[in-house]
Design a protein around this ligand. Sequence first.
Ligand code: SF4
Length: 323
Amino acid sequence: MENLLEIKDLYVEYKTDKGFTGEKQIIHAVNGVTLNVKRGEILAIAGESGCGKSTLAKAIVRLETSKCGEINFEDQNVLKMDKKALKEYRKKAQMVFQNPYASLNPKMKIIDILSEPLKINTNLSDIQIYETVKEKFEKVGLDKECLELYPHEFSGGQRQRIAIARALVLNPEFILADEPVSALDVSIQAQIINLLRQLKNEYKLTFILITHDMSVIKYLADRVAIMYLGEIVETGTTSQIFVNPKHPYTKALLSAVPQISGEQQERIILEGDLPSPANLPNGCKFHTRCPNCMDICTQCPPQNIEINDEHKVKCFLYMKLNK
Ligand code: SF4
């Protein structure tokens, strides 16, 4: 499968005040991420809250400023695009946010919310805009009679369907979905997950799915990238990651996933909290919590090691495989 996006050595940093002292701190949110997104796949980026996955998603669509690196899309570096090229890119790269309550303007009717991107970005006539909006609204399982309603007249699940319809109206190449089901009831989550899968097949879409929920990933994703403190520490197909996880952090994340068979594996409880991205540990960034930590881990950062074609891990435990 060809690559739709190629992210190379991407860094995103923020400066913040250090509370009472007023001293500036640098938050290292994304630290040298290199990652490809293949056309037509659902790539999940997973990790606990604060690991940098949402910042990475925003950097991909340039809602966050990157310090350095490359994001290549159709032979252009997104970070170097001028205003015109960026506008074209953003038509092809749409986002669905976590909170369907906050992502829709409560003062606008649904017909206006869904028409707005088409009015701004295309030369379609009013009738063509209506037809496009109606088609996408019905595709996400909603009745065109409801287009005249306001967001507050819909349930949470319906609002997330509307947000997905809005992402679809410009016929994007890929959709970045940031925790698209985590604000919804469990019964509704399954419906939205099924809808995303159906839309992916129907429109041959590519999805980048940002989530901390490994159960959602298991059901929905083709490939998984595990993120810890702004770094990708393991990538692989969904079955490689779930059947044969290598990185101790991936193993800990997976140990918390309930098993349908009822045979719950032993839960790996990590010691301590996620270190602050303002004070990154030396060596392997996971060494302060890793149950397998060795001397070398505290001194040098591990490089990517290829387990096989798709499966890569950053961990000294597998260094011998590369010798
Ligand atoms: Fe643990 Fe060392 Fe592997 Fe890092 S490199 S995950 S500290 S064993």
